[in-house]
Design a protein around this ligand. Structure first.
Ligand code: ADP
Ligand code: MG
Length: 576
């Protein structure tokens, strides 16, 4: 066959194929146009999984009647005018292809009215053939109507998945954009039913709930970090919450949803040893950086981007994620520490009781094990040695010099101890409480709610003000001053988390346990950098404690490396 230039109809169908792959691509392009037009409300209607009808209405800036015929023309856009503009694109659209592509493979009707225009205009395109622009009554904004998608491209139609699959794709897509644009009110109707909606109030969690379920949304950790001109925000799952595929990972770069395997890999790497093989985190992360540092003009569907400073972006992402994980990941509890074996020769049946006896014995035995070479006298001393701060390592341990060698202090455990003793000292009198500006309603799993309801008086005694508020829901009015600034829901959950194990504890014991939990929540975390001043004052506070050697849960706060031990380790002893 001789070489020929393709007829325009065929060429435009081929080009359209790259932009409009399936119904969700149409929704994406129309939604992006609405967002680019500054809409505060977008309503989307889908029939027949998007094959019969996709309708997107917005209250944005509209298209002037005299420009309407251009809007559906290929490479016609109002969003850039010269090649240099491509270097710094701040809109979602810029290629001027979407409406032309959609018009090439469907029956497209656009009705639009800029708010200042007295009357709107309408234009119909069928399989790439545009009709005349006609005046039409319309509210301010734009209404795009896409009927019979792919009616003229049977090959495409054949490869479409089931209506259900398409509906799910559309819903996920809309929810993702809703997450990135929480200030835009979005309604999605599928087959006449409202299937997804946001209020446009700027809140992320309800959208997360729609995407990942209520329970997962509740657990998601917030990420917020800035490195030079890179800003990273959003939500990631804690290490215990994973999925078997990467589909719950979403990235937005400057407000644009991108599917970038390298970004996903960087995220998964940040979880590193925390995840089992074949498990993936959930994430919705928003990267913002100056427009000229991202090339968005990589692919017709605009789903890929290139970063000018790839390494910088990836390492920033990993740092931000690691920081969030470290800040929220609970330290291993006592139970997670290795237990020593039951006494040799003990009958197997007794082993269980042996284990139960262990907790009381543990601190002393642990201390002995830790300081064995230095002699146990040091560890039985009730008070902490006077410590001179040297510095901080791994954002988790303070290094200090003491009277006899080197001390490593676990900053979180130490702070927990300090807070715990302060709290206990206040007991009996009123514990300082801070009222919330706005009471927060917190919903708990039913089992927790029942347990919490029994402990309300106790919570009151330590500075909480919590009242029942409908089924499984509580209204938090005040927090212990120690927890001021914490998210009320997280603070409350920290307190009830292990009520289950407590069953019916003695009141005095329950109180101490709850206080310990509150302190754990309020204490500085591993991963937090402490200034020299903060290090010094933490060590001073620890010195003042009654039981400085362990945290309220019984873990050691410090490890001692004596001069003697150091000398032997360095081979100085016995060398001469
Ligand atoms: P692009 O978004 O890349 O510019 P499109 O084909 O999606 O290309 O749209 C072409 C043009 O039509 C846009 O540049 C814009 O000026 C106008 N337009 C499309 N949709 C809307 C809308 N919902 N509101 C206002 N203007 C719109
Ligand atoms: Mg567009």
């Amino acid at each position: 066959m001789a070489i020929r230039i393709l007829p325009p109809q065929v060429a435009s169908q081929i080009a359209a194929g790259e932009v409009v792959e399936r119904p969700a691509s149409v929704v994406k392009e129309l939604l992006e146009n609405a967002l680019d037009a500054g809409a505060s409300y977008v309503s989307i209607r889908v029939e027949g999984g998007g094959r019969r009808l996709i309708e997107v209405a917005d209250d944005g800036g509209g298209i002037p009647a005299e420009e309407l015929h251009l809007a559906v023309h290929r490479h016609a856009t109002s969003k850039l005018s010269q090649a240099a503009d491509l270097e710094r694109i701040t809109t979602l659209g810029f290629r001027g292809e979407a409406l032309a592509s959609i018009g090439a493979v469907s029956r497209l009707t656009i009705t639009s009215r800029p708010p200042q225009a007295a009357i709107g205009a309408r234009l119909r395109v069928e399989a790439g053939q545009a009709g005349p622009v006609q005046p039409a009554g319309a509210p301010p904004g734009t209404l795009a109507w896409v009927e019979d998608l792919f009616f003229n491209v049977p090959a495409r139609l054949k490869f479409l998945k089931s209506e259900n699959t398409e509906r799910r794709q559309i819903e996920e897509l809309v929810a993702r954009y809703a997450l990135a644009y929480p200030r835009v009110r979005i309604h999605l109707y599928q087959e006449g039913r409202l299937s997804f909606q946001t209020s446009g109030d700027g809140e992320h969690r309800p959208v997360l709930a729609a995407l990942y379920g209520v329970e997962a949304a509740r657990q998601m950790l917030e990420v917020l970090a800035e490195y030079d001109d890179l800003r990273i925000s959003g939500f990631i799952s804690p290490i215990a919450l994973t999925r078997s595929n990467r589909r719950a990972i979403t990235f937005f770069v400057n407000g644009r949803w991108v599917q970038d395997t390298a970004l996903t890999a960087a995220l998964v790497q940040a979880y590193h040893t925390y995840l089992m093989v074949g498990r993936y985190p959930l994430a919705a992360l928003f990267l913002e950086l100056p427009a000229e540092k991202v090339d968005v003009n990589v692919h017709p569907a605009k789903a890929e981007v290139r970063f000018r400073d790839r390494e910088g972006v990836f390492s920033g992402l990993q740092r931000a994620v690691r920081r969030a994980l470290m800040a929220y990941t609970p330290l291993p509890e006592l139970g997670a520490l290795p237990r020593w074996a039951p006494v040799e020769g003990a009958p197997a049946a007794a082993a269980g009781r042996e284990e139960e006896a262990a907790p009381e014995a543990r601190p002393a035995a642990e201390e002995a094990a830790l300081s064995a070479p230095a002699g146990q006298a040091e560890w039985s001393a009730p008070r902490a040695p006077l410590l001179r701060p040297v510095g901080q390592i791994a954002l988790a341990y303070l290094v200090a010099e003491g009277p006899d060698g080197l001390y490593l202090v676990d900053q979180h455990a130490a702070h927990e101890r300090v807070l715990f003793e302060r709290f206990m000292a206040l007991r009996g009198g009123p514990i300082p409480s801070q009222a919330l500006l706005e009471p927060a309603a917190v919903e708990l799993p039913p089992a927790w709610a029942r347990l919490l309801a029994e402990q309300l008086a106790l919570l009151e005694k330590i500075g909480f003000r919590v009242e029942p508020f409908g089924q499984n829901t509580f209204l938090v009015r005040a927090l212990p001053a120690l927890l001021a600034g914490s998210e009320p829901a997280a603070a409350l959950r920290a307190v009830v988390e292990d009520f289950e194990e407590d069953e019916s504890p003695l009141q005095s014991e329950a109180e101490a346990r709850i206080i310990a939990r509150v302190c754990k929540r309020a204490a500085v975390k591993a991963g937090q950098s402490l200034s020299a001043e903060e290090q010094r004052s933490l060590l001073l506070d620890l010195e003042a404690c009654q039981s400085p050697r362990t945290c309220p849960h019984g873990r050691p706060t410090m490890i001692h490396l004596s001069v003697d031990l150091l000398e032997r380790q360095f081979g100085r002893r016995g060398a001469r």
